[in-house]
Design a protein around this ligand. Structure first.
Ligand SMILES: C[S@@+](CC[C@H](N)C(=O)[O-])C[C@H]1O[C@@H](n2cnc3c(N)ncnc32)[C@H](O)[C@@H]1O
Length: 241
């Protein structure tokens, strides 16, 4: 069982996401648990003020360290306390795999200009879901949940389906097709309807290499490639010339 606690100022942004589709099923079946805590509940005083002006001036407001840390400490012990921030380490599949093997993840979503930097001393990681700036960390927290929950054994009907996903084997996924066999003049590659499993597997590997070479060539540097892959890549290079 993988338990997530999301700390947010907007619990109602997270809640509906947990009530549909595979996440809802995984929760129902006791494979994961998602708790949502309102950071505002940890703000002192009648006004429950969660933010304050930035030292040094400038636009916007900053989340107070005492309030955010109060929310974090209420969740300890946890295997990981993850601060969602555009300044964090990039969230990639290997990190999703590492996190999916834990038991309790605390996901801290910022808002406004972000969280007082001193809170960084009390988290185990800072994670970014990409080189862009969101309005808040909720979508980032949900991205981490989506990417990790599907790796928890039993969450996906067929465990094979994530073994061959994009990134899981270091390459982009091969193209997928379903019926009809011809659509708007575009035919499904013949090999896929041949019933020859060996040839299908070979075609898929080759197409995954082709896509990766064309779209994300930098991934090839760290992908585990066989001698045959390297031969195919050389052929694809020649084809392109
Ligand atoms: C408007 S952003 C603050 C951006 C901050 N001033 C900066 O430039 O780094 C508010 C919150 O959204 C979340 N956020 C925004 N972009 C993100 C990203 N790419 N990955 C993860 N979290 C992000 C963070 O939790 C952040 O505290």
């Amino acid at each position: 069982m993988l338990r997530y606690t999301v700390l947010t100022l907007f619990p109602r942004l997270i809640q509906p996401w947990t009530e549909e589709a595979l996440l809802a099923k995984a929760i129902q079946r006791g494979l994961i648990q998602i708790d949502i805590r309102d950071i505002r509940d940890y703000a002192p005083g009648k006004h429950r003020q969660v933010d304050d002006y930035p030292y040094g001036g400038g636009a916007g407001m900053v989340l107070r360290p005492d309030v955010v840390l109060g929310a974090i400490e209420d969740q300890l012990p946890a295997d990981e306390v993850i601060l969602l921030t555009p300044a964090g380490e990039p969230f990639r599949q290997p990190l999703a795999e590492e996190l999916a093997a834990k038991e309790h993840l605390v996901l801290v979503s910022g808002r406004y200009e972000g969280i007082d930097a001193r809170v960084e001393n009390f988290v185990t990681r800072e994670v970014s879901i990409g080189d862009f700036v969101l309005m808040g960390g909720e979508v980032a927290a949900l991205a981490v949940i989506e990417a990790t929950a599907r790796l928890v054994p039993g969450v996906l009907g067929d465990p094979e389906s994530h073994r061959l996903d994009s990134f899981s084997w270091g390459l982009l996924d091969y193209p997928q097709y379903t019926r009809p066999p011809e659509f708007r003049g575009l035919k499904v590659p013949e090999v896929l309807t041949s019933g020859h499993h060996g040839k299908v597997a070979e075609w898929r590997r080759r197409e995954a290499l082709r896509r990766t070479l064309e779209r994300r060539p930098e991934l090839l540097k760290s992908a585990p490639l066989t001698e045959e892959d390297l031969r195919w890549l050389a052929e694809l290079d020649e084809e392109a010339e």
